[in-house]
Write a protein that binds this ligand. Structure first.
Ligand SMILES: Cc1cc2nc3c(=O)[nH]c(=O)nc-3n(C[C@H](O)[C@H](O)[C@H](O)COP(=O)(O)O)c2cc1C
Length: 298
C-alpha cells in the first residue's frame, strides 16, 4: 500500500524552484545509488551526477529533451549504459526506482531523452565507452501536485475511480493541472493468448488487478504506455509494442519501467516471483511489431 501511495503522487516535474537541493537531499540521493536493486547489479548501468544543472541546461538544449526542448533543473543524473537489452531494461527499472525513492523526500524529477549521446558526453566532459541513454532531472517542484488528477483523466471505459479497488482516500475531482491520460487495466492484459481480453472479475480472482492498476501510474516515453501483459498459468509475459520507430534506448527503458512497476504491484499484492529476460519464447503468435521482452515467473 505504501508503494501505491507513492506511485499515485508521482508525476513528471517540468518546472523547478530556482534553488539547489539541500546537502541532506543530495546525500540521500547518493546513498540511494549505493543500494541499487539486486537485479541490476550485473548490468552495465552507471549514474553520473550533474551538479550545475542551471548552468548547463542552455548548452544541453537540442541535445536532450523531447524535440530538443530541454527541461531546466538544478541537477541531473545522466544514465550511462552499454547497448545490450538487459542493461537498457535496468536503466528503466533502476531509474524509476530512484525516482520513486527521491519522491519520498519530496524531490521532484523528470525523465529526459538523450538525443545525442556523443555531444552530451562532450558537454559534460565525460569519457566512457558507454552511451548516455537518458537524463533524470531532479529538484524541488515549483507546484504541489495532488494525486486525484489521474482518475479525472482516465479514459471513458476505464475504472471510474480507485474506490472500485478499495482505495477510498482519493479525491477524483481535483483537476487543476493537465494530467497525462492512462489506459484502463483491461486494455493492457490478455489471458493465455494474444488478444484474449480478460474480465476484470477474472483479474481480481487471480489477484492481479492491483498490479495492473500500478501500470496506470507508470511513466513512459510520450506517455505511449506500450506494455501488455499476457497472463499464463505459471508466468506473466511482458510484451512491448515496438511499432513506433523509437531508439532501442527508449524502448529498453520503457520496458524496464514496466517491469519495475508491475513487480512492485505484484509484491504489494503478495505475489512473489521475479523477472527473467533470457531465451524467451512466446507460447502464442504475436503481431509483427510486438516483442516478448520479459517473463515474470511465480
Ligand atoms: C524514457 C523516457 C523519456 C522521456 N523523455 C522526456 C523528455 O525528453 N521530455 C519530457 O518533457 N518528458 C519526458 N518523459 C516523461 C513522459 O512524457 C511522462 O512520463 C509521461 O508523459 C507520463 O506523464 P507523468 O510522468 O506526469 O505521469 C520521458 C519519459 C520516459 C519514460
Amino acid at each position: 500500500m505504501k508503494s501505491l501511495k507513492l506511485a499515485e503522487k508521482r508525476h513528471s516535474v517540468r518546472e523547478y524552484k530556482h534553488k539547489k537541493l539541500s546537502n541532506e537531499a543530495l546525500q540521500y540521493l547518493s546513498n540511494l545509488l549505493l543500494e541499487k536493486p539486486e537485479i541490476s547489479k550485473i548490468s552495465s548501468l552507471e549514474f553520473r551526477f550533474i551538479e550545475n544543472g542551471f548552468g548547463l541546461a542552455p548548452q544541453l538544449e537540442t541535445v536532450s529533451g523531447y524535440f530538443g526542448k530541454m527541461i531546466t533543473a538544478p541537477h541531473y543524473y545522466a544514465l550511462f549504459s552499454h547497448q545490450d537489452d538487459f542493461s537498457l531494461n535496468m536503466a528503466g527499472y533502476v531509474g524509476e526506482w530512484f525516482i520513486l525513492n527521491a519522491l519520498k523526500k519530496d524531490i521532484g524529477s523528470c525523465w529526459l531523452e538523450v538525443r545525442d549521446s556523443n555531444q552530451l558526453k562532450q558537454i559534460l566532459s565525460i569519457e566512457t565507452s558507454k552511451k548516455a541513454v537518458a537524463l533524470i532531472a531532479v529538484g524541488y517542484a515549483k507546484k504541489e501536485f495532488q494525486g486525484g488528477e489521474i482518475y479525472a483523466a482516465s479514459r471513458s471505459n476505464s475504472l471510474s475511480s480507485l474506490t472500485d479497488l478499495g482505495y477510498p482516500d482519493i479525491n477524483p475531482n481535483h483537476t487543476k493541472e493537465p494530467m497525462s491520460s492512462r489506459k484502463s487495466i483491461t486494455e493492457l492484459a490478455y489471458l493465455n493468448t494474444w488478444g484474449n481480453t480478460p474480465e476484470i472479475r477474472e483479474l481480481e480472482m487471480r489477484g492481479l488487478h492491483e498490479a495492473l492498476f500500478y501500470m496506470r501510474l507508470a511513466p513512459s516515453y510520450g506517455n505511449r504506455q506500450p506494455w501488455y501483459f499476457v497472463i499464463c498459468e505459471n508466468h506473466i509475459d511482458l510484451v512491448m509494442d515496438q511499432s513506433d520507430d523509437l531508439s532501442p534506448f527508449i524502448q529498453g527503458i520503457d520496458a524496464g519501467i514496466a517491469m519495475f512497476y508491475f513487480e512492485v504491484g505484484l509484491h504489494d499484492s503478495g505475489i512473489r516471483g521475479s523477472w527473467h529476460m533470457d531465451a524467451l519464447k512466446a507460447e502464442y503468435a504475436l503481431p509483427g511489431s510486438y516483442k516478448l521482452v520479459g517473463q515474470y515467473r511465480f
